[in-house]
Design a protein around this ligand. Structure first.
Ligand code: NAD
Length: 478
C-alpha cells in the first residue's frame, strides 16, 4: 500500500516518518509504510474536527444517516478485499476477518437508523404555564483510541455512534493495524462525509494517544485497550473534565456444569478460548469444570484442541492464525513457561509451529491442574491459552467465576434451566452467555464490562447515546 499520511480536514497530509506494517503470518511481507503522526497532527485534526462540528451537529439526522448508510454499503461491497487486508495485517483467519468487516457494516447500518431515532421528551412543569423539555445534543469532538485486535469493528463501533449523534471524530488506530483504519477513512470520504467530521491520525500511543487525551478541543475520549493505558488516559482526560469511556481487559470464565452437554461445552470452549488466536477481550481464559465431568471434558477438549490447524491467516482450512507480533508471542511464552516451571502445571500444546512462511505461530495451549489463584488464571494473557480449573460443584463454580478483578463476560454450559437462570443472575459480568462461547456478541445491543473491564457508559446499541450525547433540559413559559 502507498503511504497516505493522516486524514485531516478531508486531506491526506503526508508525514516525514513512517512505520512498516508487517504481516504476522509472514514477517517478510510488508503491507505498507504508514505515517507516524504526533502532537502536531492531533492538534490539526482536533482543530478540523472542531471547525466541522457546528454544521455536522446541526445537519438533519437524515443527512447523517445517509453518510453512515453509504459507509455500510461500501464496507459490504468491499468485504472480501478488506477482509483479506485485515487478515494479512492482524492475523485472524480470513473468514473471521471477513465476518469482522460485515460486522462493521452492520454497525454503521444500525447507527444510521439510530441517527433518525434520537428522541427527547416533553414534560409538564411543577409551575403552571411552564413546559419542560429534555433533549440530547452532541458532546462535541470525540477522540477515539483503539486496540489492534479488531482493526475495523472497534473503530466502527466508536465512530458510527459518535457521527450518528452529531459529533466529529479524531481516530487513532493501534500502531500494528493502520492499513485497515486508512481504508475506513477512505471509505468515509467516498461515502460523502464532509471534510473534518472524521479525522485519522496514525502513530504511537505515547505521542498520538497522549495528545488526544490532553487536547483541550477534544471533549470526550473513548478508549479500548489495556488497563494500564486506560488508567493513564482516564487520569489525563478527566483531569481536564473531558468525558471518558474505557473498555479494558478480561479474564472471562466459562463454567462447565456437571449437567452440561459435552459436545456443546467443548465447542463453546474451543471457540471462546482459541478462535481469533485467543486475542479477544471476551476470550474464555478460565474454563471452570465441575469435578463430576472433569476427566471426560478435559479428554475431549484436548482431543479437539489438538485437531486445530494453525497457520497462515490467508490459507484455506486454517483454524488459528498467528499471534499478532513477536512481543505478544513472547508474553504468551512467558506465561506458558511460568505454568510449566513455577507452578509445575500440566501444559498441553503451546509449542511454536513451523509453517511455510516465517510467522508468529503458536499451538493453542490448555493449562490444567492449577486453581484460580495461579497467576495464569488471574492475569489477562491475550493469547491462545486457557486454564482449566477443577471445582467441587456448581456453587464453587459460581464463586470461582466471580473471583476475578475483571467482569467483562461470563459463560455457562448447562442443560439445567435453573442453573442457567441462577448463573445469569449471579455472574458478576457485563454480559452473560448460556451454551454459547463468551466471545461473539450482537451489534445492536449494549457491550461492556464491570469492575476493571470497563469504565463509563456501555458501548453499542441504543445505549451508546449515553456517552455520545449530553442532555439539555429546557424550561419554556408560554
Ligand atoms: P494497548 O492499551 O496497548 O493500546 C490500545 C491503544 O492505546 C492503541 O491505539 C495504543 O497505541 C494506544 N496507547 C498506547 N499508549 C498510550 C498512551 N500512553 N496514551 C494514549 N493511548 C495510548 O492495548 P492493545 O495491546 O492494543 O490491545 C489489547 C488490550 O485491549 C487487551 O487488554 C484487551 O483486553 C483490550 N481490549 C478490550 C476490549 C473491550 O471491549 N473490553 C476489546 C478489545 C481489546
Amino acid at each position: 500500500m502507498e503511504n497516505e499520511g493522516c486524514l485531516i480536514a478531508g486531506q491526506w497530509v503526508p508525514s516525514a516518518d513512517h512505520r512498516a506494517d508487517i504481516n504476522p503470518s509472514n514477517t517478510g511481507d510488508v503491507i505498507g509504510m504508514f505515517a507516524i503522526g504526533g502532537a502536531v497532527e492531533v492538534d490539526a485534526a482536533a482543530q478540523a474536527a472542531a471547525q466541522a462540528l457546528p454544521a455536522w451537529a446541526a445537519a438533519p439526522p437524515q443527512a447523517r444517516a445517509a453518510v453512515l448508510d453509504a459507509v455500510a454499503d461500501q464496507l459490504t461491497a468491499q468485504q472480501s478485499r478488506l477482509g483479506e487486508l485485515l487478515a494479512r495485517e492482524e492475523g485472524k483467519t480470513r473468514p473471521e476477518a471477513e465476518a469482522e468487516v460485515a460486522r462493521a457494516a452492520q454497525i454503521f447500518r444500525f447507527f444510521a437508523g439510530e441517527a433518525v431515532r434520537l428522541v427527547g421528551d416533553v414534560q409538564a412543569s411543577y409551575r403552571p404555564g411552564v413546559r419542560v423539555t429534555q433533549e440530547r445534543e452532541p458532546v462535541g469532538v470525540v477522540g477515539i483510541i483503539t486496540p489492534w485486535n479488531f482493526p475495523i469493528a472497534i473503530p466502527a463501533w466508536k465512530s458510527a455512534p459518535a457521527l450518528a449523534y452529531g459529533n466529529t471524530v479524531v481516530l487513532k488506530p493501534a500502531d500494528l493495524v493502520p492499513a485497515t483504519a486508512v481504508e475506513l477513512a477512505k471509505i468515509m470520504t467516498a461515502a460523502g462525509a464532509p471534510p473534518g467530521i472524521f479525522n485519522l491520525v496514525t502513530g504511537p500511543g505515547s505521542s498520538v494517544g497522549t495528545a488526544i487525551a490532553e487536547h483541550p478541543l477534544i471533549d470526550a475520549v473513548t478508549f479500548t485497550g489495556s488497563e494500564a493505558v486506560g488508567r493513564q488516559v482516564l487520569a489525563t482526560a478527566s483531569a481536564r473534565f473531558a468525558r471518558v469511556q474505557l473498555e479494558l481487559g478480561g479474564k472471562n470464565p466459562m463454567v462447565i456444569a456437571a449437567d452440561a452437554d459435552l459436545d456443546t461445552a467443548v465447542e463453546c470452549c474451543v471457540a471462546g478460548a482459541f478462535f481469533s488466536t485467543g486475542q479477544r477481550c471476551t476470550a474464555s481464559s478460565r474454563l471452570i469444570v465441575e469435578d463430576a465431568i472433569y476427566e471426560p471434558f478435559l479428554d475431549r477438549l484436548l482431543e479437539r484442541t489438538k485437531a486445530l490447524t494453525v497457520g497462515d491467516a490467508l490459507s484455506a482450512g486454517i483454524d488459528i492464525g498467528p499471534v499478532v507480533d513477536e512481543r505478544q508471542l513472547a508474553t504468551d511464552q512467558r506465561y506458558l513457561e511460568l505454568a510449566r516451571s513455577d507452578h509445575r502445571a500440566a501444559v498441553y500444546g503451546g509449542e511454536l509451529v513451523t509453517a511455510a512462511t516465517p510467522g508468529h505461530f503458536l499451538r493453542p495451549a490448555v493449562i490444567a491442574g492449577l486453581d484460580n489463584s495461579a497467576v495464569i488464571n488471574r492475569e489477562e494473557i491475550f493469547g491462545p491459552i486457557a486454564g482449566v480449573i477443577r471445582v467441587a460443584d456448581y456453587e464453587e463454580a459460581v464463586a470461582v467465576a466471580n473471583d476475578t478483578d475483571y467482569g467483562l463476560v461470563a459463560g455457562i454450559c448447562t442443560t439445567s434451566l435453573s442453573h442457567a437462570e441462577d448463573f445469569r443472575r449471579r455472574a458478576q459480568a457485563g454480559m452473560v452467555m448460556v451454551n454459547l462461547p463468551t466471545a461473539g456478541v450482537d451489534p445492536h445491543v449494549a457491550f461492556g464490562g464491570r469492575r476493571r473491564s470497563g469504565y463509563g457508559p456501555k458501548e453499542q446499541g441504543s445505549q451508546a447515546r449515553e456517552f455520545f450525547t449530553q442532555l439539555k433540559v429546557g424550561y419554556t413559559a408560554s
